[in-house]
Design a protein around this ligand. Structure first.
Ligand code: FAD
Ligand code: NAI
Length: 466
């Protein structure tokens, strides 16, 4: 068979790229080695973790949140197999949805492992044991990422788990030690804490959520501590002894010093993800990768080998599903002769805990490092009518605007529904808007989003409710 485009990998980058290319009239095929479409995100990432976050949040609300509103439901009982079943259904619904979209867009699908022997050719070792040799004008590599391993610590996905094992634990661990205070550690740590685990997070740096605005990260850490999550910052896990009933986790100060031993039933290793290119044959092809194993591309997603492109987690940039999707659309449009483009300055990031943490644009630390003079407008949810009515007042909105032009450079929110609220800031920034534009936009009352408007007003010290 011969195609205009073969996409390898059907995560958010790959499947979106295939659909957009098919919409633009290209003859497209995808190759996926997993049994289902949707990649990390739909099968073992975004979707299952969010289903667990949703269900565990409601479990906690039923136990602690309802009573204060005069709703008595007794002590909620956890049925973990059903809760995991709810998560599995969410995965199935989403992956089947992608299969439907492949058919709808007349995209040929190959289930198997792709190898690229040369530009213009893709060989597929099919899941059914057969072999297919395909020809194509262009190849998009969208093979995603895999769990970063901690040297000397073996992940068995039962007691020492990555996120993949942590979304499928058969029992609530009595004690869960999480290695890494990044997005996965805090989201899945929250899930198991809500379901009854005692959670301790060990983080190498002296702060949580590196990359996020420090003020936000500090405040968020206090909120998580109030919820019962323990933190050991500036610390490293040097070993996990798996003999015996309890795991023995050795923790040392990052700067060196005496080790302490923590008992754990489960250890979650969440220290980042690494690009996945295994078995593609990139070395023989001469496709350039960087020191971190990421495929090197130019602004048109071209690798150094003509006809071979790459997008998503396997190239540089934040490892986020929506970033991969934007790149998928852009490269498809470029291949169809259009002007595909991704604005990397406006990619929102959300931590789906309760409250949520959301940001778009630059942090204060980044602005300082770049020597950009900025103004800050901050507004707490404690002063927002809707947040008070719902008794969900943790957190704040922070707007960072250029000191000279007033252009909004970053917006950071901690609060319930922050992940939804961040998008008005993203749209504003996409259009190059100012804090004045945001401050003068009428926001419905009573909504949590009024806090965004008030934070923008606070840039010029004219917030009304503060
Ligand atoms: P992937 O989704 O990794 O897909 C790559 C696909 O390529 C896989 O299906 C793989 O089987 C296939 N493949 C690889 N090699 C071959 C080959 N040789 N032949 C055939 N197929 C191949 N991001 C968010 O934005 N929001 C979230 O809430 C979020 N939550 C997450 C939670 C967890 C627990 C994890 C682990 C990740 C989460 N992410 C989240 C990150 C997100 O999953 C990734 O950024 C996203 O999946 C990257 O998409 P991708 O298309 O680049 O690759
Ligand atoms: P991460 O990069 O977010 O966090 C890893 C953390 O581990 C960092 O704080 C790092 O300092 C720490 N660390 C590294 N080595 C360590 C060590 N030896 N000991 C202790 N701490 C150590 O990576 P994470 O959480 O594994 O997530 C992987 C990727 O998946 C992220 O890039 C993220 O973008 C994506 N993701 C996104 C989600 C979202 O958008 N809501 C949810 C989950 C994952």
């Amino acid at each position: 068979m011969s195609y205009d485009l073969i996409v390898i990998g059907t995560g958010p980058g790959g499947y979106v790229c295939a659909i957009r290319a098919a919409q633009l009239g290209l003859k497209v095929a995808v190759v996926e080695k997993r049994a289902t479409f949707g990649g990390t995100c739909l099968n073992i990432g975004c979707i299952p973790s969010k289903a667990l976050l949703h269900a565990s949040h409601l479990f906690e609300e039923a136990g602690h949140g309802f009573a204060k509103m005069g709703i008595s439901v007794g002590t909620p009982k956890l049925d973990l197999p059903s809760l995991l079943g709810f998560k599995d259904q969410a995965v199935e619904g989403n992956t089947k949805g992608v299969a439907f979209l492949m058919k709808k867009n007349k995209i040929d699908t190959y289930h198997g492992t792709a190898i690229v022997p040369t530009a213009g050719k893709v060989d597929v070792a099919m899941a059914d044991g057969t072999f297919q040799s395909l020809e194509t004008k262009a190849i998009v590599l969208a093979t995603g990422s895999d769990v970063a391993k901690l040297p000397g610590i073996e992940i068995d996905e039962k007691r020492v788990v990555s996120s993949t094992g942590a979304i499928a634990l058969e029992k609530v661990p009595g004690k869960l030690v999480v290695v890494g205070a990044g997005v996965i550690g805090l989201e899945l740590g929250s899930v198991w804490r809500r379901l009854g685990a005692e959670v301790t997070v060990v983080e190498f740096l002296d702060r949580i959520l590196p990359g996020m605005d420090l003020d936000v990260a500090k405040s968020f850490q206090r909120i998580l501590q109030k919820q019962g999550i323990g933190f050991k910052l500036a610390s490293k896990v040097t070993g996990v002894e798996t003999k015996g009933k309890a795991l023995k986790v050795s923790v040392e100060p990052a700067a060196g010093g005496d080790a302490e031993v923590l008992d754990a039933d489960v250890v979650l290793v969440a220290i980042g993800r690494v690009p996945y290119t295994e078995g593609l044959g990139l070395e023989a092809l001469g496709v350039e990768t960087d020191k971190r194993g990421r495929i090197v591309t130019d602004m048109y997603f071209r690798t150094n080998v003509p006809g071979i492109f790459a997008i998503g987690d396997v190239i540089a940039g934040p490892m986020l599903a929506h970033k991969a999707e934007e790149e998928g659309v852009a490269v498809a449009e470029l291949l169809a002769g259009q002007a595909g483009h991704v604005n990397y300055g406006v990619i929102p990031a959300v931590v789906y805990t309760s409250p949520e943490v959301a940001s778009v644009g630059r942090s204060e630390e980044e602005l300082k490092a770049e020597g950009i003079a900025y103004k800050v407008g901050k507004f707490p949810f404690l002063a927002n009518g809707r947040a008070k009515a719902n008794d969900e007042t943790d957190g704040f909105v922070k707007v960072l605007a250029d000191a000279t032009t007033d252009k909004v450079l970053g917006v950071h929110i901690i609060g319930v529904e922050a992940g939804e609220m961040i998008h008005e800031a993203a749209v504003l920034m996409e259009f190059g808007g100012s804090s004045e534009d945001l401050a003068r936009t009428c926001h419905a009352h009573p909504t949590r989003s009024e806090a965004v408007k008030e934070a923008a007003m606070a840039v010029e010290n004219r917030a009304i409710h503060m």
